[in-house]
Design a protein around this ligand. Sequence first.
Ligand code: HEC
Ligand code: HEC
Ligand code: HEC
Ligand code: HEC
Ligand code: HEC
Length: 340
Amino acid sequence: MKPTTRIGLAAALLAAVGGVIAFLSSGRPNRAAVVSQRWESAAQCQQCHQDVFDEWHGSHHQISFSNPEVRALSDDFRKEECMDCHLPRPVAVTGFGKRTLPRRTHFDEGVSCITCHLGPDGGILARNSRPEVPCKPQANEQFLAVDACAACHNQHFTTDQWRASHYAKQGTDCAACHMPAVERHRADGSVRLGRRHVFEGAHDPAMLRRAGRFEVTRDDRELVLTLTNVGAGHNFPTEERHRAVDMMYRFVPADGSKPGDWQRAYRFRQPYLDELEPVNPGNARSENTQLPAGAAKTVRVPIPADAMAVEARLWYRLTPFCGDDDPRSTLLEERRLELR
Ligand code: HEC
Ligand code: HEC
Ligand code: HEC
Ligand code: HEC
Ligand code: HEC
């Protein structure tokens, strides 16, 4: 068969199917059309869930296959195993708790509506079963559970860290922090509660600032710097071995001369296994120095006799190899303490 004939046939077939759908839909606009619906793209959901779509579009879930950082590290996905989670098939289809398998379609949709919401029988998984609604959502416990996120989010142990925390015991799950409640406006003007789909995390300064409480005090001749993980439901920083949080300080001399160089009091980070240097002097090689949920770390530094004040900063870095001026560094906190 010549390609042109094949295309012609396909077009005729599509037109026929379209006609059948149009016929079925007449009189019952939404439902019949959707009964014959095969859910395969976020663009389908967009027709009725524009608000959710807008939140997801541009999020790190949506860009997971196009993200330049991922492209660079995966050698443009020549490392095929990177596609498992960055261009995944639906979680429930592979099986909850299992690592997802890669797909070969919809490259611009990364981790999409379909990835999280499509059930093994082709239906849509949700909190409530609602047969009267066009997309016929079906209630599913596993879809709502942390296991649904764990399929991809335990590669660097975020889910295990959460399970070991008081948040797991009190039932504060991933969605409680990463999918806050939002108002959704129905076409008839009424309002219902939904869940935000941006999934703010390491790229959101407000989210990062919620994670830690930074205290700068003095104890006689010592400067005392303390970071407490008060807001992250897992280690801070979590995930990617790349991430780092730095407590920095510098003393301001009493004679009016310029402050000394910034010194690092402590770095919180999970190093790569093949790194030779420990994260901080005094740590074991490849020791994980991330701060678990609820935990605190205090560092004491002797105050020089000529110091008038101290300045202290808390930095978040998307990679440990970038300096203060790099856009991948975020200044979370800045303090000045007078010492005389
Ligand atoms: C033809 C319109 C239409 C399409 C297409 C559609 N939905 Fe829906 N969906 C609705 C309506 C209407 C509701 C009910 C919203 C309300 O309560 O006001 C709903 C509700 C939902 C709910 C919430 C169920 C609950 O727990 O209460 C989920 C989840 C959902 N849709 C997911 C999806 C996904 C994912 C897609 C794409 C694969 C999709 N929908 C496509 C119309 C649609
Ligand atoms: C088991 C699932 C999984 C696999 C396989 C996987 N990733 Fe990821 N990746 C994630 C998750 C989840 C995140 C988001 C959390 C985080 O930042 O660590 C992520 C984030 C990233 C980021 C950070 C993106 C940014 O903008 O900061 C990069 C880069 C990355 N992955 C590269 C890779 C590369 C390269 C591979 C293959 C060698 C790979 N990933 C394989 C799950 C996976
Ligand atoms: C099919 C795999 C997969 C599933 C399931 C999944 N994620 Fe992700 N998630 C990713 C990947 C991949 C990234 C990073 C993409 C990138 O940065 O390029 C990511 C990024 C994130 C981020 C970080 C965004 C940022 O800007 O740093 C958060 C937060 C997040 N996911 C939370 C969740 C939660 C909560 C769930 C469960 C409701 C979930 N994810 C389910 C794969 C997944
Ligand atoms: C990373 C997984 C994930 C992705 C991607 C995702 N969802 Fe959801 N979605 C959830 C979870 C979890 C809930 C929470 C259910 C609850 O608590 O009610 C939810 C809830 C919803 C709801 C009901 C609450 C509300 O805000 O109205 C709708 C509708 C919905 N999703 C549609 C979509 C659409 C459309 C897309 C794609 C544009 C999408 N979802 C992408 C995981 C996801
Ligand atoms: C108590 C609130 C809370 C809970 C519960 C929580 N998180 Fe977070 N999460 C945060 C905060 C705050 C940050 C920013 C600080 C950081 O990166 O550690 C964050 C960051 C992240 C990031 C970005 C990491 C990166 O480097 O890109 C991912 C991914 C993530 N969380 C996934 C999860 C998953 C999966 C769960 C459930 C197993 C979860 N979170 C539970 C508050 C929470």
